[in-house]
Design a protein around this ligand. Sequence first.
Ligand SMILES: Cc1cc2nc3c(=O)[nH]c(=O)nc-3n(C[C@H](O)[C@H](O)[C@H](O)COP(=O)(O)OP(=O)(O)OC[C@H]3O[C@@H](n4cnc5c(N)ncnc54)[C@H](O)[C@@H]3O)c2cc1C
Ligand code: SF4
Length: 338
Amino acid sequence: MINFRYGRATDVVDAVRQIAADPTAKFIAGGTNLIDLMKEDIERPSRLIDITRLPLKSVEATPDGGLRIGALVPNSDLAYHPLVAQRYPMLASAILAGASAQLRNMASTGGNLLQRTRCSYFYDTATPCNKREPGSGCSAIAGLNRGHAILGTSEACIATHPSDMCVVLAALDATVHVAGPMGARAIGMVDFHRLPENTPQRDTNLEPNEIVTAVELPARGFAANWTYLKIRDRLSYAFALVSVAAALELEGDTIKEARLALGGVAHKPWRDPSAEAVLRGQSAERATFARTTDLLLRDARGSGHNAFKIDLARRAIVRALTQAAAGTPQSQSNKKIR
Ligand SMILES: Cc1cc2nc3c(=O)[nH]c(=O)nc-3n(C[C@H](O)[C@H](O)[C@H](O)COP(=O)(O)OP(=O)(O)OC[C@H]3O[C@@H](n4cnc5c(N)ncnc54)[C@H](O)[C@@H]3O)c2cc1C
Ligand code: SF4
């Protein structure tokens, strides 16, 4: 591990001033990802700016019926917050499907957005990796790529984004609030993370001199018909092979509004408005779900070991929509779906 300096930020303006003054510095929140990356010699910040004492720890209802979540709200507090449990149960479910209780106690909302890929070659400094060292090559494309992406890949990188929380934030149309030297701005969650293209070293559209201050949820929480289905190698403490956030608003058996986002399959939470449009106005039945799934996965491609994910995703999407329609999240549907 290399030597680094450490200091605290006193407020958001001070945090932005400090990061803007030193391009080799990094913010540290819960430290559950950054410290591991430093120990593995992947991140080498010359200075850590501790942001844990900034006043970004509250969850507040917004005047338009939404929710504003401070960037330092721990994942556990967010999942168990009464307003989240009541109005956004899909978000609570996704957070609780991730990591372990101890990690969720430390992990922050902002840090969860900015956690880095779990591609094993990214962690292995003896192997080429375009994300870690641009231009060096991608070891995963012809290597062991069972956990890798099937959608939105490039010739430079086939890594996935590992977060569960972000998949639901994308489905709910959340907004990420950030602050930088030029002031504050808002980034739609679906535009926050990037596809790898030829710059896989950039995971997000956050500028290096900006800080995430909050995540805002719109009023629509889909609290009645939703599921977050996470398929993984073990039942807990494992990243998603495929995950599905499915949310519906129903009038009788007819779908009025639909949201569908996938995790574990791309460099960012995967959402396709055209696949959601197929659901609107249709009856909530397996044939409709299958049509949507075909559209959502039309460009899916395997790279060898991960080809099984295409069929896995297909089954998971239909199952998730079936559970959401029946109002039986993450469980066997007990309502008859034609
Ligand atoms: C063993 C293990 C298993 C895990 N399993 C899962 C899982 O199944 N699902 C899942 O979703 N996650 C999982 N995680 C990841 C975990 O959720 C993340 O490590 C955590 O959310 C990161 O939050 P943090 O506050 O600790 O971030 P840190 O480690 O402090 O920071 C991570 C990055 O975010 C930056 N950062 C932090 N806050 C801000 C901010 N406000 N503005 C700008 N930059 C910021 C830091 O500079 C750093 O680059 C797992 C982690 C571990 C170690
Ligand atoms: S998939 Fe991406 S992160 Fe993994 S080795 Fe290739 S370039 Fe690196």
